[in-house]
Design a protein around this ligand. Structure first.
Ligand code: NDP
Length: 281
């Protein structure tokens, strides 16, 4: 069997096009504030990609860049100002922040209706109670990709590898909300390959290049690879794509799978936040 390759780049492009059509009909442009501190090279690329994609769909994107010695109080003061600015609909903080800053404190300062990355505790609670207007962009993007190959996720066994607050946990909540039977695994999980082998859906988000092997995968399972690790200048996912594609029913590549969806979903969340704020005026 050769797996169907899920083309996240193409799917994200279509999503951005549809979003641009909707935004074009709006009287004002949604506005996204991006806060970034330091000089992390990868973050710089991510920020640039978000800015470019936002402009293309008609979202005004303003970057607030601080040097790496910035005081936490300066970022928090900026977020308070942006929370009160009615022309700003979404606020994100590019992670990771320099080590001396407490990311959790900073993220909690963002007003919930502008938290388009959905990293605040209250947003997590909304997800787990299945009452969220939007959830974190990466897991949301993964779910969107899954739905392009599986029309009804109900009753499927999904194994999520990784339990981080920004990927593994929200991913698990989203799959549970779709009536999947969800197994959350992590670095202390015993017999991981055997557990993964029972999955109809595998979401790998552990940052371990090519860890998931073909022997781990049930024939026909759908495998979504969130991982991105650069080794000697080459990007690798958490799944050994070349071998797993011969067993899986469908699989995402790295790059060109989940990555482009993350940006598209962030823009979608910003548009949803804009609509909610417009309708509550
Ligand atoms: P974290 O490092 O925060 O979390 C990694 C998780 O994987 C942890 O829960 C950890 O377990 C688990 N883990 C680590 N090693 C193993 C192992 N050998 N077996 C099983 N589980 C393991 O990473 P993130 O969640 O932030 O990101 C995960 C990956 O996804 C990274 O490669 C990251 O670059 C990528 N990413 C990609 C995005 C995209 O847009 N495509 C967006 C965000 C992330 P424990 O909790 O026990 O430590």
């Amino acid at each position: 069997m050769t797996a169907r390759i899920i083309d996240g780049k193409e799917i994200a492009k279509k999503l951005r096009y549809e979003l641009a059509q909707k935004i074009d009909k709006e009287p004002v442009h949604p506005r996204l504030a991006v806060i970034w501190a330091g000089d992390n090279e990868a973050s710089q690329i991510y920020v640039r990609n978000k800015q470019k994609a936002a402009q293309e769909v008609g979202i005004d994107c303003e970057l607030f860049h601080f040097d790496k010695e910035v005081a936490e109080s300066d970022i928090i003061a900026l977020i308070h100002r942006l929370n009160h600015d009615q022309l700003v609909h979404g606020i994100i903080v590019q992670l990771p922040l320099p080590e001396h800053l407490n990311s959790k404190n900073i993220l909690e300062t963002i007003q919930a209706d502008k938290d388009v990355d959905a990293f605040k505790m209250v947003m997590t609670g909304a997800l787990w109670q299945n009452r969220a207007s939007w959830t974190s962009a990466t897991p949301e993007g993964v779910l969107y990709l899954l739905k392009t190959v599986i029309s009804d996720l109900s009753g499927m066994h999904a194994v999520v590898i990784g339990r981080s607050d920004i990927v593994g946990k929200p991913m698990s909540g989203l799959l549970l909300n779709e009536d999947c039977t969800v197994t959350i695994t992590h670095s202390k999980t015993k017999n991981l390959p055997e557990i993964v082998k029972t999955a109809d859906i595998v979401v790998a988000a552990c940052g371990q290049p090519k860890m998931v092997k073909k022997e781990w995968i049930k024939a026909g399972a759908v495998v979504i690879d969130v991982g991105i690790t650069k080794v000697d200048g080459v990007l690798y996912g958490d799944v050994d794509f070349e071998e797993v594609k011969n067993v899986a029913g469908a699989i995402t590549p790295v790059p060109g799978g989940v990555g482009p969806m993350t940006v598209a979903m962030l823009l979608k969340n910003t548009y949803t936040a804009y609509l909610k704020q417009k309708n509550s005026l």
